[in-house]
Design a protein around this ligand. Sequence first.
Ligand code: ZN
Length: 274
Amino acid sequence: MNVYISVDMEGVAGVAHEHQTDPTDPRHAVEYARSCRLMTAEANAAIEGAFTAGAGRVLVNDSHWLMRNLIAEELDERAELISSGPKSHSMVEGIDGGFEAAFFIGYHGRAGTARSVIDHTYTDVIYEARLNGAPVGELGLNAALAGYFGVPVALVSGDDSLAAEARALLGDGVETVIVKHAISRHAARSLSPAEARRRIQAGAQAALGRTHQTWTTTPPIAIEIDFVRTVHADMAELLPGSERTGPRTVVYRDGDYRNAFSAFRAMYTLARAD
Ligand code: ZN
């Protein structure tokens, strides 16, 4: 059994504010370095659970910001690590490598979720993203690409809003580990990191003890983005094949989810270049 693990930072126990997750601002360097250690330890808990449950191979993808957060020398040496970028599949780079299950660790609620720690969808220029009409966040967009390659999401960890989003999207079969409860976008009541790791390890073992439905999106695919400002849509609609459907809204339609996911990545990258 091969297990794929995508690790983000906003949903890690002990992390509550965006500044703690910022690798770019020297003012936050001390807090950010702590978050990297917490993130690496939660990844290790998931890896431990996977191998205890009988995994033969574990691939970990660093999925936060510049994607150079996980501390390679502190990561469980039985796992391989994908770090840095750019990566065409971004937060789920490598998911096409033949896996039986995926874990999304340290994930967070989609942009526009109330009482959700650092809710956002890929970038701050996105107000809301919709997949075939339904609002989705990183969880949904990445789960759909996993599903495209036949990989079910078996486990997610993060705050209580993320767990609710996962059950609504993927059904009650997905294992959810709540490591903290959101008080506001920038405040949380968290388990101790040690207890969070115990629960993630146990959750990983439990998740691999049963079968999971692969979550797929039926073509035709439409990924629609409401941007924060009109200039973001001005830039995103430069992508050939995209369609401006509103002052702040651009849609991309395709018969193939992988193409639509690439278009999504291109549109928000253009939007950020305004
Ligand atoms: Zn992140």
